[in-house]
Design a protein around this ligand. Structure first.
Ligand code: BGC
Length: 378
């Protein structure tokens, strides 16, 4: 009987045009569809893979993951992130945060303003009344340089000049994506600066473990290693408090279907974000720098995503504010609650919140952030 899943997996792979263990070519995008020049820099598409059926496609426009294919319980290749099939559609769509690195400061800074060493800086307001994900000139909207590339890993670099979107200092940053032999995507972020500046880089994929951008994620079961969260005001700026998740819809300390409490608007936690849009304060259990942060599981096809990080926070956004855009990959049209972002990060508005972890990078210091998105089935 143990052979049955293997046989079914092989059959599914054959039907979808790929062989077990090799790259799931039928779901992958054409590299030529990303071949262009933006801001006088070459744009391209790179495919990372292993021999266990995992493949990740990344464009250097926004250091952005456009496809992430993993086998489901039966071995069927499943593309679990939103995206568009061509660079033109990425540029035309208002869906700007599908898959890129966001920053210089991921998530919000209240009214786009912060004071650092007695100087007040004003950033752009792109999510009124606040600044979100680095503003319109954020790194998600920049062409990164490829500095290293192998079959399983890609390093991208971007130098954000002093004053870009109002941030002080030349911020030199790189991110390395690695597909491991055991079906994980590892992200290693590095940054240095020549003037003190806030720095909080994160990856902003929308996951749909069904492999369908047009299907609700309500049945996905979420587990988060967090007994506290940072409540916000109605504009999603943290109040500065750190509160227990117990007896709130934010309690995911046992795996719970995302849809079970997502529409409970009696809770301001749900009402403000039209669903979940909150930062968890991750429980640190030991001395390991990188610890488990969360699991996301889809019972119908068995895909399990386990996230590990060294960061203090995890943003969970269930996509309630998403408006329909032009159809994405595989002809699928996204809808509200059909994509889940789980972003390893510092806490939102940290530059204005003295009680939150430090988010200021200074000359001579080195920002490093590790995150692992591990896929398996059960
Ligand atoms: C934020 C949401 C925002 C979304 C944009 C998330 O990280 O928490 O408030 O709407 O990014 O895609």
């Amino acid at each position: 009987m143990r052979l049955l899943p293997l046989l079914l997996g092989g059959l599914a792979a054959a039907l979808t045009g790929c062989t077990t263990g090799s790259a799931p070519t039928s779901l992958l995008l054409e590299a030529s569809a990303f071949d262009t020049t933006l801001d006088n820099r070459p744009v391209s598409l790179h495919t990372l893979r292993n021999d266990r059926g995992m493949a990740v496609q990344i464009t250097n426009y926004g250091a952005r993951v456009v496809s992430l294919v993993v086998p489901d319980r039966d071995g069927t290749p499943t593309d679990v992130v939103w995206g568009y099939p061509t660079i033109g559609e990425y540029l035309a769509s208002d869906d700007v945060y599908s898959g890129p690195i966001v920053g210089r400061f991921g998530n919000r800074i209240a009214r786009g303003r912060f004071t650092l060493d007695s100087t007040t800086y004003q950033l752009s307001i792109n999510n009124a009344p606040n600044h979100l994900h680095g503003g319109n000139a954020g790194v998600w909207n920049r062409v990164w340089e490829i500095t290293a590339s192998t079959d399983s890993s890609l390093t991208l670099h971007y130098l954000s000049p002093d004053g870009e979107d109002g941030y002080p200092g030349n911020l030199s940053m790189s991110v390395t994506y690695t597909v491991t032999a055991d079906n994980a995507l590892r992200l290693s972020y590095d940054a240095t600066t020549d003037r003190p500046t806030p720095c909080n880089l994160t990856w902003h994929p929308y996951f749909n473990l069904h492999g369908r951008a047009d299907r609700s994620t309500d049945s996905h079961q979420l587990y988060v290693c967090a007994s506290r969260y940072t409540p916000t005001d109605s504009t999603l700026i943290p109040t500065g408090e750190i509160l227990p998740v117990a007896e709130t819809p934010a309690d995911f300390r046992t795996p719970t279907a995302v849809g079970a409490r997502e529409y409970d608007t009696t809770s301001s936690l749900i009402r403000y974000g039209k669903g979940y849009d909150l930062n968890f304060v991750l429980d640190k259990t030991g001395t390991a720098a990188v610890e488990k942060a969360a699991e996301l599981y889809e019972p119908s096809n068995g895909i399990l995503l386990t996230i590990y990080t060294d960061q203090p926070g995890l943003q969970f956004y269930s996509g309630g504010c998403i408006s329909p855009a032009c159809p994405g990959k595989h002809g699928q049209q996204r809808t509200p609650y059909s994509g889940i972002a789980l972003e390893t990060q510092n806490f939102p508005d940290a530059p204005n919140q003295p009680a939150f972890p430090n988010s200021i990078l200074r000359p001579g210091e080195h920002y490093n952030h590790q995150a692992i998105y591990q896929f398996s089935t059960k």
